[in-house]
Design a protein around this ligand. Structure first.
Ligand code: GLC
Ligand code: CA
Length: 539
């Protein structure tokens, strides 16, 4: 793999995969690393440049693997270190890259470090965690899992003290004031980077350090440590990347890119809910407003944009009013809501309307950044809100219409989660095999959109201009350009057709290429059907 091509992430397509959910190679009902390796051709065919692998480490799986009990191993259900090395090799052989999850804020309470820490206050592991004799410290830190936790402190019977946790009580936070913890996490990074991976998606980075009188988020000490991790990458693993999961407001989020010396990338959290709001209201201003509020980023950085991921669709970074609106619109049934978000997949959020699914993807792909696709959303997979926690959006990948969606040969009872069988989204209708055969399927259309994006680098990195028309709020009209090319991306967020007059933007008689239809035309108006998009390249 060409590690020298240092800015590969600036114009790439990422794909988020749960190994457990992807493909079961040995028929035990659980997807595994060998299974994922067998499906790499499919991922490559979609047009993916980099795979982000959800946690694959030993874990009691209370938080689906984000509760790690051994940082230097693979969960036995998923395979072995050798399987992992083969996965990395095979990914690289196809010209793709792969990053892993780096969960540094907390461990599982089943981690040997925590067990030792609780059992023996004189053990060096005791100081790996954050202890207190009262549960009254750091009162200004919010609770994240509001549905299940009432405090960020939990009582340890063994230690006879409280320990700090920002997520589930079974996920004690590590103490980043302790140099030994810092060194341990660097060792973890080296351990996996030495196996050839191309970097990490770093989990929950705002919460590393606690200080009295603060929200315990985004602290300067936290940034200082994250810069050390970046230095490790630059010094020892050039070409590898760090991608930040920091669910924060634009100004705070921007800090994680610092002066180009902290993260290479950060998820564009503020944008995501506003895309949904714009569609719901038939008004593009939420998108334009947040883009204008989003600070410039250093040359060597890039946003990672997304519509959905493995978590609830978070509404943490919107106003209370917007949250209520989005909940009412997209999560009318209480069971659809979770914490401060919505536990639904993309296609069900759009009520199975492919046109709208494509429109949202088109918006994502025509804005600056590197988009990430959540496994299954490329075929419009459904969800199951009656499963626990966020499991409803983590069900088995639907490969074909055979039993268990072609995901596993196990008996149904052994499946790690049931496949989607609801009338609207049943796997017998929504699956990879049928969509690959149909040139107009969601899969093939998204594939084509990604290919166009690749051929037009200005879509990822070019300048963006919003052409606003107060009379037509439902029209999201973007002009993207670099030194050589100009592209117009037009999106109709309403159920009425919109005629668009391009005269002010092109010379008379100047030909335009409709990239999706591969047709050239010379007219100066186009009509956008309801919920449609058109990408036009100025020739
Ligand atoms: C991140 C993960 C989420 C997990 C949490 C705690 O937000 O995306 O799935 O529950 O961190 O590790
Ligand atoms: Ca298996």
């Amino acid at each position: 793999m060409q590690k020298e091509q240092k800015s590969w992430y600036k114009n790439a397509v990422f794909y988020e995969v749960s190994t457990r959910a992807y493909y079961d190679s040995n028929g035990d009902g659980i997807g595994d690393i060998q299974g994922l390796t067998q499906k790499l051709d499919y991922i490559q065919h979609l047009g993916v440049d980099c795979i982000w692998l959800l946690p694959i480490f030993p874990s009691p799986l209370i938080d689906d693997g984000y509760d790690i009990s051994d940082y230097y191993n693979i969960h036995p259900d998923l395979g072995t270190i050798d399987d992992f090395k083969e996965l990395v090799r095979e990914t690289h052989r196809r010209g793709m890259r792969i990053i892993a999850d780096l969960v540094i804020n907390h461990t599982s309470d089943q981690c040997a470090w925590f067990k030792e820490a609780q059992a023996n206050p004189r053990s060096p592991y005791h100081d790996y965690y954050v202890w207190s004799n009262t549960d009254q410290r750091y009162k200004d830190a919010r609770i994240i899992f509001v549905d299940s936790e009432t405090s960020n402190w939990a009582w340890s019977e063994d230690a006879q003290k409280y320990y700090w946790h920002r997520f589930y009580a079974c996920q004690p936070d590590l103490n980043f004031d302790n140099p030994a913890v810092r060194e341990e996490m660097k060792a973890v990074m080296r351990f996996w980077l030495d196996m050839g991976i191309d970097g990490f998606r770093a989990d929950a980075v705002p919460y590393l350090i606690e200080r009295e009188g603060t929200t315990c988020e985004n602290l300067p000490e936290t940034h200082a440590f994250l810069k050390e991790l970046r230095k490790l990458i630059d010094d020892e693993y050039p070409g590898c990347i760090l991608l930040a999961e920091a669910n924060q407001w634009p100004q705070d989020l921007r800090q994680y890119l610092a002066d180009g010396d902290e993260f290479h990338m950060a998820f564009q959290f503020p944008l995501m809910p506003r895309i949904y709001k714009a569609l719901a209201k038939g008004d593009c201003s939420p998108i334009i407003d947040i883009m204008k509020m989003t600070p410039q980023i250093p040359e060597n950085c890039q946003w990672c944009t997304f519509l959905r991921n493995h978590d609830e669709l978070t509404l943490e970074m919107v106003t209370e009013e917007d949250r209520q609106f989005l909940w009412n619109f997209y999560a009318p049934i209480p069971r659809m809501r979770q914490n401060l978000g919505i536990r639904r997949r993309l296609a069900p959020l759009m009520d199975g309307n492919c046109q709208k699914v494509l429109l949202l993807n088109a918006i994502l792909f025509s804005l600056p950044g590197t988009p990430i696709i959540y496994y299954g959303d490329e075929i419009g997979m459904g969800d199951n809100i009656y499963l626990e926690d966020r499991d409803g959006v983590r069900t088995p990948m639907q490969w074909d219409s055979s039993r268990n969606a072609g995901f596993s040969s196990a008996v149904e009872e052994k499946m790690y989660l049931p496949v989607i069988k609801s009338e609207q989204f049943t796997y017998s209708r929504i699956n990879v095999a049928s969509q690959q055969q149909d040139p107009h399927s969601l899969f093939n259309t998204i594939r084509k959109m990604l290919a166009i994006r690749k051929q037009n680098p200005l879509m990822a990195g070019g300048a963006v201009e919003f052409i606003e028309n107060a009379q037509v709020p439902a029209l999201l009209f973007l002009k993207r350009c670099d030194e050589k090319n100009i592209l117009f991306a037009l999106h109709n967020l309403s159920e009425q057709a919109i005629p668009v007059d391009l005269r002010a933007h092109i010379r008379d008689g100047q030909p335009l290429l409709d990239l999706m239809n591969e047709k050239t035309f010379q007219g100066c108006t186009v009509t956008l059907p309801p919920y449609a998009f058109i990408w036009l390249k100025v020739l």
